[in-house]
Design a protein around this ligand. Structure first.
Ligand SMILES: CC(C)(COP(=O)(O)OP(=O)(O)OC[C@H]1O[C@@H](n2cnc3c(N)ncnc32)[C@H](O)[C@@H]1OP(=O)(O)O)[C@@H](O)C(=O)NCCC(=O)NCCS
Length: 207
């Protein structure tokens, strides 16, 4: 399993099995399709609760199997913790270990962004699943219920990433596409051009 970096110039086709950052409207449609199949269809979640108005402020990862978008997870970022949520693997792609790859990629990208505390709400039956990634139920928390399921608040406390993105990072690294911080991106290449500040003055339309 590889984490696919689409920012490589002339990138070859993504490997058939990989995890990639959603970076287009088409990718967001894949996320909506996966979560509709899993949460709306399987878990009878109402649309307004599944698509909770947080999808445009989230980082989404998509897991591919044989080229097919098969799994997803999203991350939201707060001052001192990240939250992983909406993990879903399409029923026909379960038991493939893709769930593990997608969760690991989610944790990895949070760590790279400097987060050491990753928070989540695990459906109660999946506490053991999340424990495999180092998540621990948070003590002394009241019962959490929403969308007709019981949830357990869990926290992953990780070691710092060896190369986190910080204010001391190369500024060109900081402006690379999300998750693709180790290769030059489009703006690295743009730095080869002279500073011409090509502002265009748009003339007002004649009355
Ligand atoms: C949860 C989910 C992502 C796991 O993906 P998966 O492909 O089924 O996972 P895997 O088959 O690779 O199983 C991983 C491990 O978790 C366990 N597991 C998976 N689903 C489980 C469940 N519903 N209850 C208990 N254990 C479960 C498996 O037994 C397996 O353990 P093993 O290695 O000892 O066999 C997937 O079942 C899913 O999308 N479910 C619906 C959406 C959902 O509930 N998301 C989680 C919200 S917190």
């Amino acid at each position: 399993m590889t984490f696919h970096d689409r920012s490589i110039p002339n990138a070859p086709k993504p490997p058939a099995t990989c995890v990639a950052v959603a970076d287009s409207l088409s990718d967001l449609m894949k996320v909506v399709a996966i979560r509709s199949a899993v949460y709306l269809a399987e878990q009878a979640c109402p649309f307004e609760e599944e698509f909770d108005r947080n999808d445009f402020c989230s980082l989404h990862l998509i897991g591919y199997r044989n080229g097919e978008p098969a799994a997803c997870i999203r991350a939201r970022f707060f001052a001192d913790f990240a939250k992983l949520e909406r993990l879903a693997v399409r029923a026909e792609h379960r038991k493939s270990r893709l769930a593990f790859e997608v969760v690991r990629a989610g944790i990895q990208i949070c760590r790279r962004k400097g987060y050491r505390r990753i928070y989540g709400h695990a459906q109660d039956r999946l506490v053991d699943f999340w424990a495999r990634f180092g998540a621990r139920p948070m003590p002394d928390r009241p019962k959490l219920v929403f969308s007709d399921f019981g949830y357990t608040e869990m926290l992953i406390e990780t070691e710092p990433h060896p190369e986190p993105i910080t204010l001391d990072s190369d500024p060109y690294v900081i402006i690379r596409p999300e998750g693709a911080w180790d290769r030059p991106g489009p703006l690295d290449q743009s730095a080869d051009r002279d500073v011409t500040s090509p502002l265009r003055v748009v003339q007002p339309a004649a009355a």
